[in-house]
Design a protein around this ligand. Structure first.
Ligand SMILES: NC(=O)c1ccc[n+]([C@@H]2O[C@H](COP(=O)([O-])OP(=O)(O)OC[C@H]3O[C@@H](n4cnc5c(N)ncnc54)[C@H](OP(=O)(O)O)[C@@H]3O)[C@@H](O)[C@H]2O)c1
Length: 332
């Protein structure tokens, strides 16, 4: 029988790319879930290319989703609605990407990251389905700088409330899994880069500011310190990694989803400026976060053991982000 794959957060940034990867893979029925109505043209977030706010349009590579895709609007913070959804759709694999991101109010982080995950795990209990939770590499925290490289068996020490709620959502999946109620797997996703990305993420923020500069809406870039080292992974490689984790039973619960390469944010800045094709702009240095992680070096051995390899290099990935923003100001 054709398996049914449920993707929560399907109209979000990573969700859209995962739906594309699953539809392209074929031989499965894909059901997308989110709260907002079904939408074939835009992500759920807004962006500000050239300084004007707009709903972020889907890059061409993401449309159309295809005949093996359907979307259902369901709020996963509603336990009864979540139970109904799982009963009706009877998924074989659930990719759980719905949630709230860093900087959102605490009550939303709790509701959408913790409560929604609990409802989903309860609804799936005893059904034999696989659930892959989209968690975050930020749950490792700073670890006093002594925990590198970051391995799945190492300690975690979230440095903010977003990461704390993501770690709690991991605990919910781990506890239900160890109790034999679900087949839970956790994807700890690091810094994602890709076209459509919003300005909350560093590459989207730099690309967006560069478009403001190019249309004369700002005179200088204004960014926090560019000194941190991060592991950046293309969103298409994240989608492939999630598919590998969901479709391969290895017995492990936790997986780092990263490129395995360390890059300084200053290099990200330089590559985006080169992709924009402009000279070095003036840069105003803003204060950084009160507590931040200086370096993230990630071990991706577990993910590679599933047969996953990154396909998109950082230069191409950042170039695609910049051209996404440039196309939008050209159209405007
Ligand atoms: N992007 C990154 O760099 C990154 C890095 C590490 C980890 N992650 C994790 O990966 C996941 C996906 O990230 P993303 O960047 O794709 O986020 P996103 O664009 O904000 O997508 C999340 C989606 O979740 C849906 N959602 C939120 N609350 C919901 C609820 N109660 N019920 C149903 N749907 C709900 C939202 O759609 P509606 O508004 O339609 O409900 C939204 O489209 C998140 O869990 C995030 O923590 C992301």
């Amino acid at each position: 029988m054709t398996p049914t794959i449920l993707v929560t957060g399907a109209q979000g940034f990573i969700g859209r790319y995962l739906v594309r990867a699953l539809c392209d893979r074929g031989n499965c029925q894909v059901v997308g879930v989110g709260r907002s109505p079904g939408n074939e043209t835009h992500f759920t977030h807004t962006i500000h290319p050239g300084g004007d706010e707009c709903a972020a349009p889907l890059p061409n590579c993401l449309v159309p989703e295809g005949p093996n895709y359907a979307y259902v609007a369901t709020d996963l913070s509603d336990a009864a609605a979540t139970a109904r959804l799982i009963e009706e759709r009877a998924p074989d694999i659930v990719f759980h990407l719905a949630g709230s991101l860093r900087n959102e109010p605490f009550d939303r982080l709790v509701t959408n990251n913790i409560v929604a995950t609990r409802h989903l795990c309860d609804a799936l209990a005893g059904r034999g389905a696989v659930i892959v939770l989209g968690s975050s590499g930020s749950i490792y925290g700073e670890l006093g700088g002594g925990g590198l490289p970051l391995v799945e068996t190492g300690a975690t020490e979230p440095i903010d409330l977003y990461a704390a709620t993501k770690r709690t959502s991991e605990d919910i999946v781990r506890i239900a899994s160890r109790a034999g109620r679900i087949d839970g797997r956790v994807a700890r996703v690091f810094n994602v880069v890709g076209p459509g990305q919003e300005e909350r993420h560093i590459a989207g923020r730099i690309a967006s500011q560069l478009t403001e500069l190019m249309v004369g809406r700002r005179n200088a870039m204004a960014l926090g310190p560019l000194t941190a080292w991060r592991d950046l992974i293309d969103v298409r490689d994240v989608a492939d990694a999630l598919v590998a984790i969901g479709f391969t039973a290895s017995g492990d619960v936790f997986y780092n989803v990263a490129s395995g390469r360390e890059t300084q944010i200053a290099a990200v800045y330089d590559l985006l400026i080169a992709a924009a094709g402009i000279g070095n702009p003036p840069l105003i240095q803003l204060p950084g976060r009160a507590v931040d992680m200086a370096r993230q070096v990630v071990d991706v051995g577990r993910l590679r053991a599933l047969g996953w390899e990154p396909r998109v290099g950082l230069r191409q990935s950042l170039g695609d982000v910049m051209h996404y923003y440039l196309d939008l100001i050209a159209k405007a």
